[in-house]
Design a protein around this ligand. Structure first.
Ligand code: 3PG
Length: 213
């Protein structure tokens, strides 16, 4: 599953972190992101509509790769899998969560914020991790420092990333993808301006393609 998680991160490039108001809004967002070249959609379990949105996106947007984010425990993991989540992300991974994740039948990107937490994940067999909240815990400098001691773990930093610093993160050898919500501005979502979401997604895709070229 760890190789699959790395592949997923590679395909996504940028993993949009999506908090939905309704299942229908989730479908519209997923369509807008796919249209902009971002197939990965991390729906956070932070709103009541999240599970329905995951199921609806899975059914109605075949080109999207939909997963669940903000998965904080074994019960949420089960709910997300039942809804059809194709991958799982957490902002942090205490031991009980790591135990549940180790058994998951889909790729998992477990959260960490320190070298010790990353080592704990590595020692449990994880080879990918989400660094959260990336910009607050050290950002690009921290990730660079981790390249030496922890080269075997591919990281998805999220938290405080946007068009201005995305390329700096993506250029790092230990970064598999980056995540964030900047292409989902609340005012666009409130106004139903999904064309703006697509435009921001396209800009993000262009940054990924430029850095990887
Ligand atoms: C996450 O859960 O990864 C963050 O909420 C995304 O961070 P951002 O909103 O600063 O992009």
């Amino acid at each position: 599953r760890q190789a699959e998680a790395r592949e997923l991160m590679r395909r996504a490039g940028v993993l949009p972190v999506v908090t939905v108001a309704s299942a229908g809004q989730g479908v519209a967002i997923a369509r807008a992101l796919v249209a902009g070249g971002l197939p990965g959609v991390e729906v956070t379990l932070r709103s009541p509509a999240a599970l329905d949105a995951i199921a609806a996106i899975r059914e109605q947007v075949p080109d999207a790769e939909v997963g669940a984010g903000t998965v904080l425990g074994a019960a949420q993991l089960r709910q997300a899998l039942d809804a059809g989540a194709g991958f799982i992300v957490s902002p942090g991974t205490p031991a009980d969560v790591a135990e549940a994740f180790a058994e998951a039948p889909v790729p998992v990107i477990p959260g960490a914020a320190t070298p010790t937490e990353l080592i704990a994940l590595y020692n449990r067999g994880f080879r990918v991790a989400k660094l959260f909240p990336a910009s607050s815990v050290g950002g690009v400098g921290l990730l660079k420092s981790l390249q030496g001691p922890l080269p075997g773990i591919r990281i998805c930093p999220t938290g405080g990333i946007g068009p201005a610093n995305a390329a700096d993160y993506l250029a790092l050898s230990n970064v598999g993808c980056i995540g964030g919500s900047w292409m989902l501005k609340p005012e666009w979502l409130d106004a139903g301006d999904f064309a703006a979401v697509t435009a921001a997604a396209r800009e993000a895709r262009a940054i990924v393609d430029r850095v990887r070229a």
